[in-house]
Each structure stands twice: as C-alpha cells, then as structure tokens.
Design a protein around this ligand. Structure first.
Ligand code: NAG
Ligand code: NAG
Ligand code: NAG
Ligand code: NAG
Length: 505
C-alpha cells in the first residue's frame, strides 16, 4: 500500500503541474495525444453488455528482447474481437487490427467506428489489441499497483515491446484461426497511429499496410519545432475571429492581475464557478489552457463525445461565446463552459480533478523515457503566454518523478524520422498518413506524399483522427471523400496481396 501511495502521488503531482503549466514553467509532461485531463466523462460510459465485440485474453511474454529468466514471465493481454463480418479463413478474408494506444482499449474501440463501418465491405475480421500496462493488460499478475511500483517493472513499458506484443498476438491468432494467409491491415490514431505506421515499417511480414491517423511520428526532438503545437491552436482560434484571439491572449495577464487584488481570488472562484475553496491563478490558467488545447484537438464538424461531450465546430462556438459574454472573465467562463459543461450537468468545476477514466496514466512513464515529443513552447504570436520548451526541465521532472533519465534519440534511432522522405521511400510501402490541419498534433505529422504507396492525406478542416470516427449524416463532403480515398487505397493493398499470393502459390 505504501508503494501505491507513492505512485498516486507522482501521477497527481505531474497532472497538477500540467494544469499549473504557465509561462515560466514548462515542468509539465504533456499527456499525449488523446488524453483528456479534466472533469471528463464522469459517467463511466457504456455497460459491459451490449458491446460490439468479444473480450479475450492472450498469454503474452514479458520481455521479447532478451532471454534472461525474468523475461520468460507472462501476463494476460486483452484484445477485443468481432467476427460478424469476416469472410473466413478459407476465403483468406482480411483481418483489421487496431494497434492500441496509451489507455483502455474499449475507449479507442468505441471511437474507431471506421473499422466497424468498413468491415462489411471488406469482409474483415476486427481485432483491437490493448497496449501493455494499460487497461486490463497489466504485467506482474495484472496488478497495477505492483506493475507501476518501480522502474524494474515499468521498464517493460515501451513502444518496442508493445509492437512485439502485437506481432506475437497476431501471428498466434492467425494460426489458431487457420488464417495464416489472411492479409492483416493495421489501424491506429494518435499514438496508436504512430504504432500502426511503425508496425508496418518493422513487421512488413505481419501487416500488409497501415492506416496511421494523426500520427505525429515527426514530433520528436530535433525534427519539428516545439512551438508548432501552440501555433496551430492559435491559428484555429484566430481564424474564427481576431477578437477571440486577442481576448484569450490577454487573459493570462488579466487573471494574474485580478488574483493579486484584495478579494480577487474570490472573484475568479465565483466567475468560473469553481468547487474548490482555495485556488491559485496558475491552476485556473492551466484549466483554461486545457480547454483550449483539447477543444482544438477535437474540433470536429459534428457533435462528438471523445474527450468530453462537444457541439459541432466547438472552436467556433467558443469564439461565439467570447463575442457574447459580458466582461472578459465572463467571456472566458462562457467559452470554457463549452468544453467542460456542454452536457449542462456540472454544478461546479474542480480545478484539481485528477480523475483518469480512460486509464492514461502510464503515458507519464513513456514521456519520461522514449517519448520525448517537444510541444508546449509558445512564440510571441501565440495566444498562450510566451515560453520555451526545455529538455532540461523534462529531465529534471523525470528524475524526480521516476528516477529515470530520458533517451531522447531512441525513437528516431529505432524507427527513423530524419529525412523521412529520403529513407522511407525505398524501405517501406503501404502506409496512409492522415492529418487534419486543425489538429495541433498535425505539426508533427507526415504531410507530404513520400511515394506511390506512402500516401499523405491532408484535410484542411480536419481535427484529431476524425477519419476514424463513426460517420454521421451531417458529415461534410471532404470527410466522406477522405474515408472513400482510404477505403480505395486499402482495397488496392489487399488486391495486390492476393495477386502476389497467387503468383507465389
Ligand atoms: C460486430 O459489430 C457489429 C456492428 O457494431 C455488431 O452489430 C455485431 O453485433 C458485432 N458482433 C459481435 C460478435 O460482437
Ligand atoms: C490460441 O489458442 C491457444 C490454445 O487454445 C490459446 O492459449 C491462445 O490464447 C490463442 N491465441 C490467441 C491470440 O487467442
Ligand atoms: C452547466 O450548464 C448548465 C446548463 O446550461 C448550467 O445551469 C450550470 O450552471 C453550468 N455549470 C457550471 C458549473 O457552470
Ligand atoms: C498524395 O497523393 C494522393 C493520390 O495518391 C493525393 O490524393 C493526395 O492529395 C496527395 N497528398 C498530398 C499531401 O499532396
């Protein structure tokens, strides 16, 4: 129990510092890509019954990369499967695999309607594999407190181990189904999209292609600017109206000024309807910051409920709220209310809420070891306070949270990234990189075609892996076109595979 307490404190602390992240401090570890932070679906969605898949567990090996005794330990890895549309092994019908992200696999499955909707067309088997150390796929006896207790255990949480898990599971599943000749296509969004792309690059004999949606594989040290993330968010808001941008840009100083005045904190507490008795200005700023960031990420053209319930085009809605509000603080409250209270059910807001309903906490470890993805610096034009991203700060936080030192260049050593066009062109094929340019993570995405079969699909009005979401009647034409193009490309990989198989047999 003592150990558990220690870990909880760490998570809490790092989350709080994310919320408190203001101009001077970049001591935060961004919870990447799809991570919500706050009040967050308190309703633990969907009931256990009535889900469109069966849940299975696979006995997975702890360490794929060495042969010392501990590496032979195993754990139960969860995967979800749906065979309703599968054409079967005899027909060598395809298998679509979602390479799970940093969280509970059920949540990503619910947000990947694309695979369910396209399965009938392809007669595909659907498989969603959970990433080790998340959800129910916990090594060391399935006990999270033990698995997360120290570095000798967390050390097994890495992207390379996760990819090896996926390869091992897929090969075993195909053997069990007598479907060794069924082509596998991998899908993923966000970190899951990075994993899908890397999986195709590293395991071309296991997957014939990958749809990597909103996968910022170039958002690593030395590859893209740490300012680009906040620049894109700024552009999203500024694109709605100059006034909206100015109000937000000016708000940080205003909040600090109000907080300094006698009774000012009480004014802030009341205006923003905060539950907390005691607040500080930097926590409020972090709370607002999160609202702007996550709304930009999920700025979908139709109503959605990914991080929080949201209206269609929420950035636009926020800027409209800002136009209508009375005074500046009232305007900011009205805009934040769209992210935190679109459902209208919140009675007050908790600035220090650290709930983690999607079980994303393990990202802290990944962000302290290999996932050194510089984001969060802000330039002069930014709507966020000017600040510089600092690698040294990351090192300091990671050493104090986990007693671990990052290896900032491991990812590009393992998977590449520098001059990606030059090298991927002849070493890889069959990857779709989708990016929506309203998504701040698109700054680290592959936005140019690399070859005939390494295709970048770029949607100017798109947000974070919008293509993978369930379709709706209100979907705009550009979104329908994107999905149609993806289906065509995937179909071409599959038919190429069958041709190759025929001439091989
Ligand atoms: C597979 O998904 C479809 C579409 O959501 C659903 O109707 C069906 O019941 C699911 N099948 C299984 C075995 O869960
Ligand atoms: C394949 O079958 C074996 C034997 O029943 C089982 O232990 C294993 O978990 C199965 N593999 C997968 C991926 O489900
Ligand atoms: C949330 O929205 C509802 C409905 O608009 C409103 O009555 C309530 O005061 C809001 N909650 C907060 C904390 O602002
Ligand atoms: C890449 O090529 C495809 C056609 O294969 C095209 O539709 C797409 O717009 C191109 N992407 C970019 C970013 O130019």
């Amino acid at each position: 129990m003592a150990i558990l307490f220690r870990f909880t404190t760490i998570i809490l602390f790092s989350l709080l510092s994310l919320l408190c992240f203001s101009l001077t401090s970049s001591h935060f570890i961004p919870r990447f890509p799809s991570s919500p932070i706050l009040p967050e679906l308190k309703q633990r969605s969907h009931s256990a019954q009535n889900v469109p898949y069966k849940t299975k567990f696979f006995t997975q090996i702890l360490d794929h990369f060495n042969f010392n005794p501990q590496s032979y330990e195993t754990f139960q890895q969860r995967y979800l499967i749906n065979d309703t549309y599968w054409g079967g092994a005899k027909k060598k019908a395809p298998i679509f695999v979602y390479t799970g992200n940093e969280g509970n696999i059920e949540w990503f499955t619910q947000n990947t309607g694309f695979m369910f909707e396209k399965a009938p067309h392809f007669h595909a088997l659907l498989v969603f594999i959970e990433h080790r150390f998340y959800g129910k796929s916990i090594p060391f006896g399935g006990n999270k407190n033990v698995a997360y207790s120290d570095n000798t255990k967390l050390g097994y949480l890495s992207s390379t181990q996760a990819l090896a898990d996926y390869a091992t599971l897929i090969i075993d599943l195909k053997k069990n189904l007598s479907a060794t000749q069924s082509p596998v296509v991998v899908f993923g969004g966000s970190y899951g999209g990075m994993l899908a792309a890397w999986f195709r690059i590293k395991y071309p004999h296991v997957a014939i292609g990958a749809l990597a949606s909103s996968a910022p594989i170039l958002q690593f040290m030395g590859l893209s600017s740490p300012d680009i993330f906040t620049s894109i968010i700024t552009q999203d808001f500024r694109g709605e109206s100059e006034n909206c941008y100015k109000i937000i840009k000016g708000s940080w100083k205003l909040i600090e000024e109000v907080a300094k005045k006698h009774g000012g904190v009480e004014v802030l507490r009341k205006t923003f309807r905060l539950c907390n008795k005691y607040i500080d200005a930097s926590a409020l700023e972090g709370w607002l910051r999160s609202a702007w960031i996550y709304t930009a990420m999920t700025d979908y053209p139709t109503p959605s409920n990914f991080l929080n319930p949201m209206p269609a085009n929420p950035v636009k809605k926020m800027c409209e709220a800002i136009e209508m509000g009375k005074n500046t603080l009232g305007k900011l409250y009205a805009a934040a209310n769209i992210y935190y209270n679109y459902s209208g059910t919140e009675t007050c807001f908790d600035l220090y809420d650290d709930s983690d309903p999607h079980d994303l906490g393990g990202w802290q470890w990944q962000a302290c070891t290999e996932m050194i993805m510089p984001v969060g610096g802000s330039n002069k034009e930014s709507m966020f306070p000017e600040s510089e991203w600092s690698y040294e700060d990351r090192v300091t936080s990671c050493q104090s949270f986990f007693n671990v030192t990052p290896r900032p260049h491991w990812i590009t050593t393992e998977f590449g990234g520098h001059d990606i066009e030059l090298f991927l062109k002849r070493s890889a094929s069959n990857i779709i990189f989708f990016n929506g340019l309203r998504d701040p993570w698109s700054g680290g995405g592959v936005l140019k075609n690399i070859s005939e079969t390494l295709v970048a699909i770029v949607a100017k009005k798109g947000a974070h892996h919008v293509d993978l979401r369930y379709s709706t009647k209100e979907d705009p034409k550009w979104l329908k076109d994107v999905r149609e193009q993806e289906v065509k490309i995937i179909a071409s990989w599959i038919s190429q595979y069958y041709q190759d198989l025929q001439s091989h047999d």
